[in-house]
Design a protein around this ligand. Structure first.
Ligand code: N7H
Length: 463
């Protein structure tokens, strides 16, 4: 079986992980245990300047601090640390040659080479440090206090000395108070993630996927990999800016005009139909007209639907009154819309966190974003082409998915900056087309990384 002491903790998801050890309350944190989910997270992107020295420090100073899945389950670590490397980072560590080829072309070429394919060719929008292949690695630090992150990072930096250079860093934080666990548009996040075989039973509606869909070299990963890569995972990082006041204005300007709804409720409904869930997390497929906060927070019910119902399904698409085919959660996980159902290889484990401040008053009154905020998007999978890249390119950006006439995913669908047709959002007239002239989510770029097993760090990457 899988050695949970050897797998880095960041990509672990389990609904019941705290069942035995630490499930003392039912707060947002324990709804599902997603990797290193804490209140604060720092993404520290670095270049390796002195490989020999870095390897020594990796072994003596970083390795003992790396948080394993077992430690995540026990939730006993104040500051959790994971580390991942880009292709150029592996080259800097002299992990080269055919025997060390991870066999993921997208990873090999780096994310900036994939920009056009992602519908995101305008890299002048990108954080400049992500344009190019200078980033060799990323350290992810998570804690419930920012002071602990700062202390740990400062300590690591002093030990690493001149063996690395800081290239860029991003500070993620849960939103305050009642918005804890919600992303910046206001929607509860972290509800639906697959669970991998071999851990626990899935929650109702949760995808149970072969371990090899998330972890390299396990059953379900059919690509030839170097031995040391086993139980690692590819980490996709994207800094996704969200235009929150602009999104809110779009909702306010276009309320769904349904009998019995106030204009405000009509705007809420439009937003919910763009996502496929209400702000509380309640799926619109189960509660199509009004939010149901009790359903939203009930982890046994809030993911328990398939889209399979007469008239609502892609094989019988007469009616999208319960959920548009274009809704973000339906585009990115079509469930029974595909005849193969969950039996696809296109699952990712999402472990992102919001970044940037709350919307300021002058931003809401001017309907204009002035300070950057968004989602520090993190996705784990054993195959980027089948995972993140496929969801973005072949589903969200594909107007013909799940069948022709659906249009873009209104949240993350990208059309190289051009306007985006979206259908099905208005339940009173599902042939009504919305042409979105703004990207509410703007890519600021990112990088593709490999998050190795702890033994790979000890026995291969640090020697
Ligand atoms: Fe998405 N959002 O707030 O609008 N996402 N997402 N995502 N997303 C989900 O079910 C959001 C992004 C997926 O299993 C929820 O946990 C935002 C990318 C997948 O039913 C919400 C951004 C990709 C799911 C959001 C963003 C995905 C999912 C519902 C960017 C992949 C699970 C909460 C700023 C390419 C689907 C939940 C399922 C859910 C939002 C990005 C994929 C609220 C704001 C780039 C697979």
């Amino acid at each position: 079986g899988l050695n949970l002491d050897d797998v880095q903790g960041g990509h672990f998801v389990s609904p019941f992980s705290c069942h035995h050890v630490c499930c003392i309350d039912e707060t947002w944190l324990f709804r599902t245990r997603i990797g290193m989910r804490k209140v604060f997270e720092r993404f520290f992107f670095f270049g390796i300047s002195d490989a020999t020295e870095f390897k020594a420090r990796l072994k003596t100073d970083i390795l003992p601090l790396i948080t394993s899945t077992m430690q995540v389950i026990a939730n006993q670590t104040d500051t959790m640390l994971n580390i991942a490397f880009s292709q150029t980072g592996l080259i800097a560590l002299n992990i080269t040659g055919p025997a060390n080829d991870l066999n993921d072309t997208v990873f090999t070429n780096g994310q900036v080479a994939d920009a056009s394919n992602l519908g995101d060719p305008n890299t002048t929008n990108w954080v400049p440090e992500f344009v190019g292949t200078n980033i060799h690695g990323v350290m992810l630090l998570a804690s419930d206090t920012e002071a602990s992150i700062n202390t740990t990072l400062a300590d690591l930096q002093s030990k690493l000395g001149n063996s690395i250079t800081e290239i860029y860093s991003l500070r993620g934080a849960m939103r305050p108070n009642e918005n804890k666990g919600h992303e910046h548009f206001g929607f509860l996040d972290g509800i639906s993630n697959p669970t991998v075989g071999g851990f626990q039973d899935p929650l109702p509606g949760q995808a149970l996927v072969p371990t090899g869909e998330i972890l390299v070299g396990e059953t379900g990963d059919n690509v030839t990999r170097p031995e040391w890569a086993k139980d690692g995972s590819f980490l996709v990082f994207r800094q996704l800016k969200q235009l929150v006041p602009e999104f809110n204005k779009f909702l306010a300007d276009n309320p769904i005009n349904e009998p019995g709804l106030t204009p405000e409720q009509g705007s809420e409904l439009l937003g919910a139909r763009m996502i496929g869930r209400w702000k509380s997390g309640a799926p619109i497929f189960l509660t199509p007209k009004f939010d149901d906060p009790d359903l939203g927070k009930d982890k046994f019910r809030n993911n328990d639907f398939t889209f399979a119902e007469p008239g609502q399904n892609s094989s019988d698409p007469t009616d999208q009154s319960k959920c548009p085919f274009s809704a973000h959660i339906r585009k990115t996980r079509p469930r029974a819309d595909l005849s193969v159902g969950e039996n696809t290889t296109h699952h990712i484990v999402r472990a992102g966190i919001p970044y940037g401040p709350e919307v300021a008053d002058d931003e809401s009154s001017s309907n204009t974003t002035e300070i950057e905020r968004g989602l520090a998007f993190v996705a784990y999978q054993s195959n980027i082409t089948a995972g993140f890249q496929f969801l973005q390119h072949s589903w969200a950006n594909n107007q013909k998915f799940v069948h022709s006439g659906v249009g873009f995913d209104p949240i993350i669908g990208a059309n190289a900056g051009a306007q985006r047709p979206v259908n099905g959002l208005d339940p009173t007239n599902t042939t009504r087309n919305f042409t979105l002239t703004i990207d509410f989510v703007v890519s600021r770029g990112g990088e593709y990384f490999f998050s190795p097993s702890i033994s790979a760090i000890a026995n291969t990457l640090s020697v």
